[in-house]
Structures are given as C-alpha cells and as structure tokens.
Design a protein around this ligand. Structure first.
Ligand SMILES: [Mg+2]
Length: 338
C-alpha cells in the first residue's frame, strides 16, 4: 500500500497534508473521520509509480483517498468505506479494471463513478471498458490537470446521484404518510399488513387489526369547524402513537378512521391495549375559544388466526363489521369480530 510501503504504517506526510486521509485501504488501521462534504475515492493500481502520481495529483484537492494495490483490495476498501468514486488501473494482477467495473455495477445499488486508467489507446478496448460499466477513462501517462478535472466531473455526477437518491427516499416516505397526522397512511398500512400477514401465516402467530372511528366526528366538524376537527384527529393520532410498540403499527386510513395492527399478542393483550387507547382518548380535553370539548372513539377488532384467506381486505372487513357493532351498541366501546 502506497503509504505503508514507505513507513510501514499509515501516515500523513507533510507533503500531503491537504490529503485528508491516506491509509491502507484494507488493513483496518484506524478510522477515517470524514466530514459530509469530504469525498472518498478509492484508487486501485498495482504500479507504485502510478499510485504515487495519482496521489500527488489528488492531494491538491480535499479528497479522502484510499489506495489499493490490486482489485481485491479495491473491493475490500469499497465495502468498508463506500467511496463515491473509483480510479482503477486497467491491468492488475488479480482482477482487471474491467472485471472490477462489472463487479461494482453488479454489487452496488448506489452510484459509484468509475474512471479507468489505461495504457491502451485502441478505441475498441475503450468501448469495452465503458460497456463494462466505466464512466470515463484516462490514458497513461495522464495529464494531472485532466485527472483532476475528470475526478471533479465524477464528483458532480456522484453527488447528483446521492441527492436524487435522498429525494426519492423522502418521496417514498411522503407517499406513505398521512400529511395531517404524520401517521402512516392507508397504503403504508396495507403494505405493512400484507407483509405481516405472510409472516403470520408462515410462522403461525396471530395478527390483530383494530379499526378506530371517532364518534360523531361530523358533528364536531360541523359545529366547531375543521380546525377543531383537525385538532381532535391529531390528538387521537398522538394517543395511538404513544400506545404503539415498535413491532406494531398505527395509521390513518382516511377521514376519522384509523387502524392499529398488533402481532405476537393474545386476545386479552389486544383488548387491554385497545381499551387503554379508548380510555386515554376519552380523558383528553380540547380547549378552544374558552370552551372545552370532549371526544370518544369506537373500535372494531379482527384477527388473523391461520384462516384460509389471509388478505388485508378480509381482516379490515371483519374489523369494520365489529366496529359497526360498537357504533350500534352505543359508541365509545371496543368490539371483537365474531
Ligand atoms: Mg497495472
């Protein structure tokens, strides 16, 4: 490894003080502390001279550079440090630059920008490299300014990819969230329930679904206005959140309807949990404009206990029937599906 071979251990020489980190990419010698703005690069080349040339060039920028002497070391460094950019020699003793490209494209979901260094100027070889997954190439001997410029381009592309990835994650989350209460929405609940149902079927545990419906909610909205209605919905969401263990799920399926899904619990446990929610909500007081309002909710519960049709729809339908009974029998109560 480039640094180790001079000193026997990783170090930062005065000459390379602007290089944030240089170290044995695989030996695990110390931790690299990178700020979010710092950009990690893995350089793979079996030639000591070229590693040194690349180092001398990249030292001019604030990159974290990890050196590998062959393809295997490069892969190990990538697994450990997740760089956004790889500069790889074409010809290496174990894995060729081409194979390395293919492996990275195959194994990494996140985007990694790959620049191949090659002594080969034949166009069909360059085409082969790009087809294998390289983004760019430089012919040896390279011009230091050109390497820097191409690494900067790679950084721009890699950072754009990271931004898109982060935004996609956010969008996915938003698509699964009810905007008023911040709880999972119907789609998220259905996805979760589907997953839990197949687990319940495979491993033989029970899955319970409770539908909660706020009592006389239309009347609250009509009498006191939607702002008060929203406040009541948010408060109910808060009660649900406080009473939901990490392994369970609560969400809003629309209007004044909510769902609580519980697993790995028996009937008595479910009843206790839902009763607690009912009582806590009943105890809430809503103050506005010098007035105090109270609200209640009704609950219908259904279970998946190894029936033949383990679909979220069936569960929700059964819970809904139980909820209807709870409403019919006076509201502010919990009923189980028969
Ligand atoms: Mg070589």
């Amino acid at each position: 490894m480039s640094v180790s071979q001079k000193s026997g251990r990783p170090m930062v020489s005065p000459k390379t003080r602007r290089l944030s980190a240089r170290q044995d990419a695989t030996a695990g010698t110390g931790t690299i502390l990178a700020t979010p703005e710092q950009f990690k690069i893995v350089v793979a080349d079996d030639s000591r001279i070229y590693r040194s040339l690349v180092e001398t060039t990249l030292v001019q920028e604030d990159y974290i550079v990890l050196f590998a002497e062959n393809g295997r070391e490069a892969l190990a460094a990538m697994a450990k440090h997740h760089p956004c950019l790889v500069v790889s020699d074409w010809e290496m003793p174990d894995i060729s630059g081409i194979e390395l490209c293919k492996k990275i494209r195959q194994d990494y979901e996140s985007y990694v920008h790959i620049i191949l260094l090659t002594s080969n100027t034949k166009k069909d070889q360059i085409v082969e490299g790009l087809a294998a997954g390289a983004d760019d190439y430089l012919t040896k001997p390279f011009h230091p300014g050109e390497l820097l410029a191409r690494v900067a381009v790679g950084r721009r592309v890699a950072e754009l990819h990271r931004q898109i990835q982060a935004k996609n994650l956010l969008l996915e989350e938003l698509a699964q969230t009810d905007s008023l209460t911040g709880l999972p929405n119907r789609r998220a609940i259905e996805d979760w329930t589907k997953r839990e149902l197949s687990g319940a079927e495979r491993h033989g545990f029970e899955l319970w679904v409770a539908i909660a419906d706020l009592d006389h909610f239309k009347r609250i909205n009509d009498t006191y206005g939607h702002e008060v209605g929203d406040m009541v919905l948010k408060r109910f969401a808060g009660v649900l959140r406080r009473n939901t263990r990490a392994s369970n799920l609560c969400g809003r399926i629309g209007g004044e309807e909510f769902v609580i899904a519980l697993s790995h619990v028996d009937r008595a446990g479910v009843e206790t949990a839902i009763e607690r929610i009912r009582l806590q909500f009943e105890a809430e007081e809503f103050s506005f404009g010098g007035r105090v309002l109270k609200a209640t909710a009704s609950f219908g519960i259904a279970a998946f206990q190894g029936s033949l049709d383990p679909s979220p729809d069936t569960l929700l339908r059964n819970a809904d029937a139980a909820l209807y009974r709870a409403k019919h029998e006076g509201r502010n109560r919990v009923e189980f599906s028969s």
